[in-house]
Write a protein of this length. Structure first.
Length: 92
């Protein structure tokens, strides 16, 4: 048996390359967690968004959603918990 506990896998940030050696969150940035849908569990960097833009949510490009390549996943801030954005469906 090993005396070392397994290291947790770093959280993946939406938009980083699959082979990025450091796909996790970076210091000084603000992230929200994506909940549900094809991007479930990923983090979205919202550092450059205004409060108004954050309130509108986002359509995020994903190749693994209902519409395949070029499709988008619709995410909106969760009421009462703006640090989590809930999936509302896929759009072409």
């Amino acid at each position: 048996m090993s005396d070392h506990a397994p290291r947790p896998t770093p959280r993946h940030v939406y938009g980083t390359d699959h082979d990025d050696p450091d796909p996790g969150p970076q210091p000084g940035r603000t992230y929200v967690e994506l909940v549900g849908g094809a991007l479930d569990g990923q983090l979205l960097d919202v550092s450059g968004l205004t409060e108004e833009e954050r309130a509108e949510g986002a359509y995020l490009i994903t190749e693994v959603g209902l519409y395949g390549e070029g499709g988008r996943a619709d995410y909106m801030p969760r009421p009462g918990d703006p640090g989590r954005w809930d999936w509302r469906g896929d759009v072409p």
